[in-house]
Ligand binder design. Structure first.
Ligand code: BDR
Ligand code: CA
Length: 307
């Protein structure tokens, strides 16, 4: 039986591969794609989500959501994702967004689904938090929340904070207090999943479909980061989806987690207590390791199934 999921995203060069992976995988039933502003403004992230689902030949509903975080100012990450969010790669335009605002649609789906739904968040958590905080009883309809977010070590926007967590820390705090299990694919995990020219070349050898080609071109656009030198760049968001598809590729640990919501330099930090030092109740799990070769093989295999 396929796992029912909602993908909440901000595409995004790595969101692009994550969306294609979800749509190509029979283990997952994508009930909706909901979009927030994040890597780039909502105008671009929504257009990108629509273009990617159309490229995959999918008729999944794509809904617009939050343009900005619950508090504070919106900031984008164009240095990594380019002005259009896809590293300058231009896809044929998709269709129109489906009616309904993301948080309303998430609540409707949770209410109506035959079984609990897994929420996958690979952007700022605003849409998910708005949905759950406006109708808390629906947390009983959530199987779990799987996020690419946070870090137990260094951040990537500030020394303390990862981009999605830092973009809307209050939203992430709402999810952590919701009573739902929150599973984190953190920066410490995604640092193990580096895109390299050799891995892109191996994908390209798998076929000539338009989705595979787009995924390769988009990934080839991502700039190298000082932190990783020539070793490659982390492929963040697909890790969250891949864990649902192939949990055997990952090691996972239960833990407690909470947010630093202070105004200081640690704002947006995810305080992930992997070793039970706080004595706080377990409310989360972290994906600690990934078999990167297995992950990239899975991605190549699935991207090649798409048109
Ligand atoms: C996360 O932030 C975004 O830039 C990526 O799409 C990913 O979701 C990594 O910090
Ligand atoms: Ca993202």
């Amino acid at each position: 039986m396929a796992i029912p999921i909602i993908v909440d995203c901000d595409p995004g060069t790595d969101d692009a591969v994550a969306i294609l992976l979800a749509l190509a995988s029979p283990e997952l039933a994508v009930l909706a794609v909901t979009v927030a502003g994040g890597n780039v403004g909502l105008g671009h992230t929504l257009a990108n989500a629509l273009a990617l689902t159309a490229l995959a030949g999918s008729d999944v509903a794509v809904h617009a959501g939050a343009e900005r975080p619950l508090l504070g100012a919106f900031t984008s990450e164009v240095r990594i994702h380019g002005e259009n969010g896809l590293g300058g790669v231009v896809l044929p335009p998709g269709g129109a967004a489906a009616p309904g605002l993301a948080c309303d649609v998430i609540r409707r789906i949770l209410r109506e689904a035959a079984e609990p739904v897994t929420l996958v968040g690979i952007g700022p958590a605003t849409n998910l938090a708005l949905a759950l905080t406006s109708e808390p009883a629906l947390t009983g309809r959530v199987r779990q929340i799987v996020l690419m977010s946070g870090a137990w070590g260094e951040g990537n926007v500030t020394p303390a904070a990862e981009f999605n967590a830092w973009s809307d820390p209050e939203a992430l705090a709402i999810l952590l207090a919701s009573g739902c299990r929150v599973v984190f694919a953190t920066l410490d995990l995604t640092a193990q999943a580096l895109v390299t020219p050799a891995r892109i070349a191996a994908w390209r050898e798998r076929g000539s479909g338009r989705c595979l080609r787009a995924a390769c071109d988009i990934q080839a656009s991502v700039p190298l980061l000082d932190r990783f030198g020539d070793s490659g760049t982390p492929l963040h968001d697909p890790c969250a989806l891949a864990w649902l598809i192939r949990p055997d590729l990952f090691a996972v640990r239960d833990c407690s987690a909470r947010m630093d919501l202070g105004p200081g330099p640690s704002r947006g930090r995810t305080l992930i207590d992997r070793w039970g030092r706080t004595g706080d109740a377990v409310n989360a799990a972290v994906l600690e390791t990934v078999d990167a070769d297995g992950l990239f093989r899975l991605l190549g295999e699935r991207l090649a199934l798409l048109p």
